[in-house]
Design a protein around this ligand. Structure first.
Ligand SMILES: Nc1ncnc2c1ncn2[C@@H]1O[C@H](COP(=O)(O)OP(=O)(O)OP(=O)(O)O)[C@@H](O)[C@H]1O
Length: 195
């Protein structure tokens, strides 16, 4: 397949359980040298087996806040006591290595990246229906009931934002996986760089 023509990172968003990870992991498997998942900064400590610079850039709270003050993040958020963010430098370094950077970001992060004016392409993965989304979340078997309810509530926010005109370059309904994958692949490889 011809190389990706557009150097901008690809921001993938969509409700939890819709199949974002499934889709971009297929992209990574089928094009092993083309893509890379963005490596976030975090102030939480590494879990066993996690390596600095691979799963995350592990930094102190002071270092994180310093980078934030320098406008070094395209998006950042707090979950529990920990800070997370995607640094501009990380994306630039990964892009300079010839990779197309893929970011898996929730709706608030998408809004921040759009506000930052950092050049990016936006893909929203939508479920065929809310009932199917719930089925997938349950089927995955990774969540407790409270977490499922929280994710379904958040899904409504994500789906609402996806209706706003012009916020995504492409909306892909993940009904049949092969078809959705083909659409994603075509979008990522096929689009011409725009100014
Ligand atoms: N097109 C599809 N048809 C049926 N099941 C699917 C499809 N795509 C993904 N799934 C299944 O749905 C479940 C959720 O997929 P996945 O974990 O990729 O979602 P996600 O959007 O990455 O979720 P999260 O944001 O919580 O990480 C998985 O069990 C996956 O195998």
């Amino acid at each position: 397949m011809a190389p990706v023509r557009d150097p901008r990172p690809v921001v993938i968003s969509g409700p939890s359980g819709v199949g974002k990870g499934t889709l971009y992991n297929l992209l990574f498997q089928r094009h092993p040298d083309t893509f890379t998942l963005s490596v976030s900064h975090t102030t939480r400590g590494p879990r066993p087996g996690e390596r600095d610079g691979v799963e995350y850039h592990f930094v102190t709270k002071e270092a994180f806040l310093e980078l934030k003050a320098q406008d070094g993040f395209i998006e950042n958020a707090q979950f529990g006591d920990n800070l997370y963010g995607t640094s501009k430098a990380t994306i630039q370094e990964q892009t300079a290595k010839g990779k197309t950077v893929v970011l898996d970001i929730e709706v608030e992060g998408v809004k921040q990246i759009q506000a930052s004016k950092f050049p990016a392409r936006y893909v929203f993965i939508a479920p065929p229906s809310e009932a199917e989304l719930e089925k997938r979340l349950r089927g995955r078997g990774t969540e407790q009931e409270a977490s499922i309810q929280k994710r379904l509530k958040q899904a409504k926010v994500e789906l609402e934002y996806a209706k706003v005109e012009g916020v995504h370059d492409r909306v892909i309904v993940n009904d049949d996986l092969d078809k959705a994958y083909k659409e994603l692949e075509e979008f990522v490889f096929g689009e011409q760089a725009s100014a």
